[in-house]
Write a new protein. Structure first.
Length: 296
């Protein structure tokens, strides 16, 4: 009898046209959830869809599932929010602005507020809409500015008196404080390899070494060897991925990073192989490699 009761509860009726368990097709992604979850936020789009009496007005796919033409990947976070009205996102979530747009579409104002970017006095989203997202300053930037401002407030006469050493010490400290941060360098390389008996392979042909990271750090490490033509007038505290080096020797880039106190913390590479000619066994290997460096 218990099985019969459960089965009857799962079927729709005239007064309650929706089943207890509902299947959704959101942009090609299938979700299975309970009806109370979909109507947990009054006034939302899902609440309006699944509280109406006319079920036939809702779109369905070929298998009879309710269809919603939205981003199927991001809907998982919408559904999680509908379950307990809390927002939990993975670390370094890159789709925050798109998820906010989905929350607006599904008429979830509280979720929209949670996803809204937090503006500060130093950074504003309206400053540079066509470039990278605004980022926070490195932890040591404030300390550097405090030391610099402290040295500027000292009386100029002190520099020539007995206390001159103190002034010089503060100035030296401000220049010695290094900013923490990451720098990523990447390159596309290729080489041609003939038969196994041949040893005249043209190895590691590097066309360009690209630099990604904070503008101030990239300029500090690479100086005049940094080509800024593709991203000129970039503010020092902003990030860029459009710089590249004027030389093509990886070891030279490594030396400059090591001299600046950076250490490699990660690297990755992908490669493909193709035959150079249909009538020969020569193969061309191409790869893209990135090295991530960090300085505390």
């Amino acid at each position: 009898m218990a099985l019969a009761d459960n089965a009857s509860c799962a079927k729709p009726s005239e007064d309650f046209p929706f089943p207890e368990i509902i299947e959704l097709n959101v942009g090609g992604q299938v979700y299975i959830t309970r009806h109370p979850t979909l109507v947990s936020v009054p006034g939302s789009l899902l609440w309006e869809m699944f509280t109406q009496k006319n079920v036939r007005s809702l779109a369905r796919d070929s298998k009879g599932r309710f269809f919603v033409d939205r981003d199927g990947f991001l809907f998982r976070y919408i559904l999680d929010y509908m379950r307990d009205q809390q927002l939990v996102l993975p670390d370094h979530f890159p789709e925050r602005s798109r998820l906010q747009r989905e929350a607006e579409y599904f008429m979830l104002p509280e979720l929209v507020k949670m996803l809204a970017p937090k503006l500060s006095k130093q950074n504003s989203l309206g400053d540079d809409p066509c470039q990278s997202d605004p980022e926070e300053l490195s932890p040591n930037v404030d300390a550097t500015r405090n030391l610099t401002s402290a040295s500027a407030t000292l009386p100029s006469a002190v520099a020539g008196g007995p206390g001159g050493a103190v002034t010089a010490g503060v100035g030296a400290a401000s220049t010695d404080v290094r900013r923490a941060g990451f720098i990523t360098i990447g390159y596309r390389g290729s080489y041609t390899l003939g038969r196994d008996s041949q040893t005249d392979a043209k190895f590691r042909r590097v066309a360009r070494i690209m630099v990604c990271g904070k503008t101030s750090l990239a300029k500090e490490v690479f100086g005049d060897t940094l080509n800024e033509s593709r991203d000129p007038d970039r503010p020092p505290e902003r990030y860029t991925s459009r710089y590249y080096l004027k030389f093509t020797f990886l070891e030279q880039a490594f030396d400059k990073l090591a001299d600046a106190g950076f250490h490699m913390v990660a690297c990755n590479s992908t490669g493909t192989c193709a035959f150079a000619h249909d009538q020969t066994d020569d193969r061309i290997w191409t790869s893209y490699t990135e090295y991530v460096f960090y300085r505390e």
